[in-house]
Design a protein around this ligand. Structure first.
Ligand code: NAD
Length: 315
């Protein structure tokens, strides 16, 4: 036995056979999270403090203290993309290698974001719910075609959303200070704008596809919400921390913007009685953007292969 591997993501089990075979061939013993939920810091320390050399981690917390307590840990493989749950600085300090599974879920999350756009533009949630109550009510919606979409963050997911939105007939603008791929913009007829305020002021829909970090946390707040059109829709499939939820609540109640739909939240699941959840013009799905057969298969295999590669690296 060359060490133990802790695997935390719940959905990993759906397609684990080939991945487990790969780990066992390498001589690793596997510890699975069988709690049916995200692990706590204490549970991770308990499971990994002795001879766990690698962790395949979902959204479970890996702050400084957890990393320090896991004495044998040499590598972390993120099952997905966003690494805001891992203290990357501490990992580097401790010589723990970290890698994410780039692009494995981009198509799934992009399709989910577009689904949320339609859910808002056509009131799909309310219409279906009313009919199930045998109430035959219509609610006037609006077409996405020819509407202006502001894509904040033009990485793997932002680009998949942008491409598809062009296909729907939307006018797409990307805001991303680090965006470099000019060929992509030309190929799809997409505009790039360097002034975030202008994107927020002019977009009919705004969709967030950027990481949560010190620069981006609270990007959507009282001030930036005020810039948006009163008819605007906000979509967030990235991270709850990007939006100041109390400010979003005020903006939705005061009709400063029309709708918001998210797949992520500051607390997942949200706390009982959270007022934002009860608003009719706010939709939340349970962090399921990447939860498709296709994305899960890719995330399982790529994150496992990444971990094996990290552990086999000489330096
Ligand atoms: P990515 O790294 O490919 O793209 C992120 C983009 O954001 C990059 O192009 C970067 O330049 C840009 N960016 C960084 N700071 C910015 C800023 N201040 N303003 C504008 N743009 C900025 O990542 P991705 O694969 O596209 O994922 C985006 C985010 O989606 C992830 O960070 C993660 O939080 C989230 N995500 C959610 C789910 C889900 O299930 N809902 C699944 C996967 C990823």
């Amino acid at each position: 036995m060359v060490g133990k591997i802790l695997i935390t993501p719940k959905s990993y089990k759906n397609y684990k056979e080939d991945a487990h075979r790969l780990l066992k061939q390498q001589g690793y013993e596997i510890i699975e999270n069988n709690l049916g939920r995200t692990m706590t810091e204490t549970e991770i320390i308990e499971a990994a403090k002795e001879d766990v050399v690698g962790i395949i981690v979902g959204v479970d917390p890996l702050p400084s203290q957890v990393l320090s307590e896991c004495k044998a840990l040499r590598a972390i493989s993120k099952y997905g993309v966003g690494m805001d749950n891992i203290d990357l600085k501490k990992a580097e300090e401790l010589g723990i290698k970290v890698q994410n599974a780039v692009g494995t879920n981009a198509v799934s999350v992009a399709e989910h974001a577009i689904g949320l756009m339609f859910a808002c533009s056509r009131h799909l949630f309310e219409l279906v719910r009313d009919v199930k109550d045998f109430s035959w009510n219509r609610k006037i919606g609006f077409e996405l075609t020819e509407k202006k979409l502001g894509v904040i963050g033009g990485g793997q997911i932002g680009r998949e959303v942008a491409k598809r939105s062009v296909g729907i007939g939307m006018n797409v603008t990307i805001y991303d200070p680090y965006f470099k791929d000019g060929g992509f913009l030309e190929e799809y007829g997409i505009e790039k704008q360097d002034d975030l305020s202008l994107v927020l002021e002019t977009s009919d829909l705004v969709t967030l596809h950027l990481p949560a970090n010190e620069e981006t946390k609270g990007l959507i707040n009282k001030e930036t919400l005020k810039l948006m059109k009163s008819t605007a829709v906000l979509i967030n499939t990235s991270r709850g921390e990007l939006v100041v939820e109390s400010d979003l609540y005020e903006a939705l109640v005061n009709e400063e913007i029309a709708f918001a739909a998210q797949d992520v939240y500051s607390s997942e699941p949200p706390k009982q009685g959270d007022p934002l959840i009860g608003l009719p013009n706010f939709l939340l799905t349970p962090h399921s953007g990447a939860y498709t057969h296709e994305a899960v298969k890719r995330m399982v295999m790529i994150s496992t292969q990444n971990l094996v590669n990290l552990l086999n690296m000489k330096i």
